[in-house]
Each structure stands twice: as C-alpha cells, then as structure tokens.
Design a binder for this molecule. Sequence first.
Ligand code: ADP
Ligand code: MG
Length: 292
Amino acid sequence: MPLRLEHVTYSYSPGTAYEIKALDDVSLTIDDDSFVGIIGHTGSGKSTLVQHLNGLLRATEGKIYWGDQDIYAPDYQLRKLRLEIGMVFQYPEHQLFETTVFEDICFGPKNQGLSLEDAKKAAEEALELVHFPKRLYENSPFDLSGGQKRRAAIAGVLAMRPRILILDEPTAGLDPRGRDEILDLVRELHEQSKITVILVSHSMEDVANYVDRIIVMDEGRARFDGSPKEVFAHYRELEAMGLAAPQVTYLVHDLAEAGFDLATDATTVEEARAEILKNFAGKDQEASCSDK
Ligand code: ADP
Ligand code: MG
C-alpha cells in the first residue's frame, strides 16, 4: 500500500513571531517493499517529515494518503495508522521505560489489545528478528550497551508488526562498529521481512551502501529524489547544501578528470574498485601487446 504526500507544508508555531516553515511543498510516494534513505543536514526537515508519515504531526497544508485513504479525513483513525507505520525515534533509548527489556517490548502489543500470551509471542518474535541476546531479556533496558538499546527499541516497534518501519537517525551516537551493525540489521529486516524501511540520516556514507532510493531534504524541501547513482550525480550541489557525497564519488570523479577512462557513477567502494581495475586491465593488455 503506497503512502503518498501531496504538497505537504508544515510550520511550527504558525502565525506567531516564532513561526518556522519546516516543510515546504513536499510531494512524494513511498512504495511497498522499498528501502528509502532520507538525508539532509541538521535542521533540513527530516524529522518533521517522518513525523508526518505516521500522523504525529499534521500538515499545515497539503494531503497525505495511505493507500486510497486520506489520513486527514474526519473519520480516519490515526491511531491505526501509527500502528501500521512504526517509528523508532532518534535516541530511542528515551522510549524504553519498563523494568525489563521483555516487559518493555510487550508493552506495545499489549496496548494494541493483544492477550498477554499473544503479546509475549509478538515480543519474542521481534527480539529474535533483531538478534537480541536471550540472556538479556530480563535485564533493565537502562543497563544495556548503546547498540543493544537501539536493538531493543527497534524490537519494541517491530512487535507491533508495522508495514513501514521508520528509523530516525538510528546510528546517532554509536561508534563505527555499532553503526555498521545497526545498518546491517536494518538491511536484513528489509530483505528478510519484506518490510518497507525509511532510514533517516545526515550521513550520505551511511545510506549510500544500503538504500535503493534517496530523498535529499534541504530547507524543508525534497531537493533530490532518486537512486543513489542519480542523486550522487549532483555531488557538487549536494556539497553546496553541506552534504558530502560518499568519498568514492570524489575519487572516481578525480580519476576521470585526471584522464582515467571510467564511469563516474560508482557509489560504493566495490563498484569503484571494479571500475578502476577495468582501467588497469585495459592498460595491461596494451602493455602486453606492445611487448610482442
Ligand atoms: P532535521 O531532523 O533534519 O534535523 P527538523 O525536522 O528537526 O530537522 O527541523 C526542521 C526545522 O524545524 C528546523 O529549523 C528546526 O529548528 C525546526 N524545529 C524542529 N522541531 C521544532 C519544534 N518542536 N519547535 C519549533 N521548531 C522546530
Ligand atoms: Mg532530526
């Protein structure tokens, strides 16, 4: 079921001296089974945007449709939308509050009206999906490492079996290893559970290797929207927005400018490596021909 935004504009404190237009005429559609990255520098409107996707914030102007339903229709049940579109907030450890991890994960499904037994089953399934170690189920969520807290928070949302999982800067504050683990987990959830994932990040490097589509936010607008290759082709403009493209993008462009014959649309180290090696393979052949 697609989620469609039409000309969504949002202002904080409208009509006051403190009015801030955080979203400015955003139109986009999130399709089933997609893995979308939303990137932009701090203050570009990423968090404001994703809070519209599950109805936490209501657009000042514009419309949002979940399937063919207008979520702002008077009889629409926003509560149901919030269950179907799950959100892991930035620093999700602030969402943990029960005495044990397991209790914490049961809270959502219980609140959803499931029996205790079904809620426990949903919690167990969710904790397994995120590879949360069984021995820590009865621990206090506050005694976990940073990475485990994130896993528990993701499980808490997955336990409600959402159709779309939104993660707002899930790697913020983690070390590089913790970051890679969480991103690998998110990719696995998308691939194995076929859940639509929306990954918010301020780092191109984070999303480039993972997502199928990137939406670049800048001053409340969706400036670019396309595959990583399409978006990184605008690397100079991205730079002007304070967003660096992945380092390999610069590398392949520099090599091309220096006279190497290679495609400049590599977005991962593996792709760049293949392009560069192709160049040398060609040179080797030339060299061996002239040897004869
Ligand atoms: P991002 O997630 O990309 O950092 P945000 O959506 O948080 O961006 O912020 C977009 C703009 O809205 C920024 O100018 C920010 O200062 C402002 N803003 C965010 N939250 C609030 C709020 N609760 N009240 C007032 N202004 C806000
Ligand atoms: Mg944010």
